[in-house]
Design a binder for this molecule. Structure first.
Ligand code: PLP
Length: 632
């Protein structure tokens, strides 16, 4: 009898550690989401998925909880305001959302709407992002910050916004850009608001640390900054210098590094102010982390600080240095992206099969006359805590012997299969004998991994979890239902791409994570797995490897008038086969007509009956309008 409980499930999957007050598990064993934390309703994810399915969506699907997105915008703005009040900081906070972190129109619109009262603005790092920002941004008090390398037309676009009365700040990333900005703005007759990105000496940490330090791609050195100031003076344009910017890299895990970076940047600000440049803003960039693995540590998928500590560190460091240097405190800008959008979306995938190492031979008569198979059976009987390691070594030896005999033609296929079956039975017994052992030898740990099941999931890692594939970033993953029952299998998740990289075999857990995930035995029941905190970067950075396209989406809103507590405002169907083919330069009409020509030839040559030919054509043409993922 299992002593598994819902509380154990919550603890095992570390839900409160990464899910905060947003995610939990209810008495039915289903994962829940509370988009407004304690201030609003709690939804059963299974009900949300069922509703999305009723609206015609298939797996894989992304569920976006729009209220959760709004909650994050409010939380970050309020945290800065609260700390500023506490510290009696004489400036204001003007955050911006970096569009690159999630460019989807519905996401950016929701963020702007939620941030209205805080005059929350946008950051654009490219011309297309700026084109979107200029149209969506309507608040003259909020900022548009333009980062990234710029050409003449990028600068012209920014000035166009300025002409419309928007506060558009062009951040100079390289000294050479300054002359171009001055030239274009003179030509256009608009005085620009400029920011300067500085290259800090403090080196960041984590997967994106290369954004800072001496070898960073962007930013001005102290020498460049002095040159820039001189150029502005020569143009009598000191008042154009409005913002000092730095960015340490995304997902900064360590608050001490953030503290040092803010302190160095504040010193730059103070020195520039003392040179009589009326800089108004210090922009601390992005980097505010998300505790994906819930370890509260400086591991790459975690952070050792809270939102409040982050805000306090920024505000305090800047205030202290301004006081020391006797310069006025600047208004503060931050460009947090990940911390705003990550938690609002959940990727839901469906398991459609499993491969177990220790499969049973169901249709073979298992009378093993062979000595090797019999020896394995004897070994199994001898297995206990004292003999477990020796038994394992002996099993390995027997299998090796069987393989040699098979390759010499001395073992028939059926006996080889029986030896294999018994070998994995011994292997499982050995790992079982190590359960709850404090010290598990390396070879047994490897064995535990190779004994784990592979759960086949209908999705593409390359499309939907690109940071996991490319950078090994961990995301919380767990079954979305059946959690009232003990998950008694350990498995990895494999996707449907034809690529051995297309899998998830690192999961959050103690220390540096674990290679397998605890799952329920798959017996053709519906089994849905959720990947959490995937709202940042994953949506648009994924690629169409194997031509698996963008997945279905449902936008979920809380609504007290609905019996279920929510409604799905919008569903967006994933890309169809014809559409992804168009993305790689096929013309779906041309494809259909080429296929038709082959069918016609086959009919003419009597290889197909006309009715069969028309049937084939219909199937082919219908497939072009179908989703790229599997449909069960
Ligand atoms: N600002 C700049 C200049 C960036 O390059 C980035 C991303 O790396 C961000 C802001 C967003 O960072 P994060 O998502 O860590 O908040």
């Amino acid at each position: 009898m299992s002593d598994w409980t819902i509380e154990k499930a919550v603890e095992h999957y570390r839900v409160p550690r990464w899910g905060g007050d947003y995610f939990s598990i209810n008495g039915k064993g289903n994962v829940t989401v509370s988009p407004l934390r304690a201030k609003g309703a709690t939804l059963d994810m299974v009900q949300v998925i069922e509703a999305a399915k009723q609206r015609g969506l298939h797996f894989p699907m992304v569920l976006r909880f729009q209220d959760l997105l709004r909650d994050r915008v409010v939380a970050i703005n309020e945290a800065f305001q609260q700390v500023m009040r506490e510290q009696k900081y004489p400036g204001i906070y003007r955050g911006v959302f970096p569009i690159k972190v999630n460019q989807l129109c519905e996401v950016v619109e929701e963020i702007l709407e939620a941030g209205k009262t805080f005059h929350y603005g946008l950051e654009a790092g490219s011309k297309p992002e700026l084109v979107a920002a200029l149209a969506l941004h309507r608040d003259p008090e909020s900022l548009i910050i333009c980062n990234g390398y710029k050409d003449e037309s990028f600068i012209r676009l920014a000035l166009l916004g300025k002409k419309l009365g928007k506060q558009v700040i062009i951040v100079i990333e390289k000294l050479e850009e300054l002359a171009l900005v001055l030239k274009v703005s003179e030509k256009f007759g608009v005085k620009p608001q400029l920011g300067f990105r500085i290259k800090l000496q403090v080196k960041g940490a984590g997967k994106w640390a290369a954004s800072s330090g001496d070898d960073a791609k962007f930013g001005l050195t102290a020498r460049d900054l002095v040159e820039a100031c001189e150029i502005l003076k020569q143009h009598q344009a000191e008042d154009m210098f409005q913002l000092l910017h730095f960015h340490m890299g995304s997902q900064m895990p360590d608050i001490q590094i953030i503290r040092r970076a803010v302190s160095e940047a504040a010193r730059y600000y103070a020195k520039v102010r003392q040179l009589n440049f009326p800089v108004k803003f210090v922009d601390v960039g992005g980097g505010l982390g998300i505790d994906y693995d819930g370890t509260r540590s400086t591991s790459e998928s975690s952070m050792n600080y809270t939102l409040e500590e982050y805000c306090r560190t920024v505000v305090q460091q800047i205030a202290e240095i301004c006081e020391e240097e006797k310069v006025p405190c600047p208004d503060l800008v931050s460009e947090s992206g990940r911390a705003v959008v990550s938690p609002h979306s959940v990727l839901v995938v469906e398991v459609f099969g499993v491969s177990e190492k220790k499969g049973r031979l169901k249709n073979v008569k298992k009378i093993a006359k062979d000595k090797l198979a019999q020896n394995l059976e004897v070994l199994l009987k001898q297995l206990n805590r004292r003999t477990r390691r020796e038994v394992w070594h002996e099993a390995l030896r027997i299998r090796e012997q069987a393989e040699t005999m098979f390759s010499l033609g001395l073992l028939d296929l059926e006996t080889k299969a029986i030896v294999e079956e018994r070998f994995w039975t011994v292997a499982e017994g050995v790992t079982e004998a190590y359960r709850n052992s404090r010290v598990v030898p390396e070879e047994i740990r490897e064995l535990q991994f190779s004994l784990s099941d592979q759960y086949w999931c209908n999705f593409s890692v390359f499309q939907s979890l690109v940071d996991h594939w490319a950078l090994g970033q961990l995301f919380p993953v767990m079954p979305l239902h059946h959690l009232e029952k003990e998950p008694d299998r350990w498995g990895t998740l494999v996707d449907i791409t034809c690529d051995s990289d297309g899998k998830v075999s690192r999961f959050i857990g103690k220390n540096k994570g674990q290679q397998t995930l605890r799952l329920h035995r798959f017996q053709n029941q519906s089994y849905w797995i959720g990947f959490f905190l995937v709202g940042a970067y994953q949506d648009v950075m994924g690629d169409i490897h194997n031509l698996f396209g963008r997945v279905n989406e449902a936008h979920v809103f809380l609504d007290g008038d609905e019996e279920s507590g929510f409604y799905i405002e919008e569903t967006i169907e994933g890309r169809k086969i014809g559409q992804v083919l168009q993305d790689v330069q096929y013309d779906k009409h041309e494809l259909a007509s080429e296929f038709k020509e082959q069918v016609t030839t086959a009919i003419r040559e009597d290889r197909l009956k006309p009715s069969e030919g028309m049937n084939l054509l219909e199937i082919y043409e219908k497939e072009l309008e179908e989703p790229t993922y599997l449909k069960f």
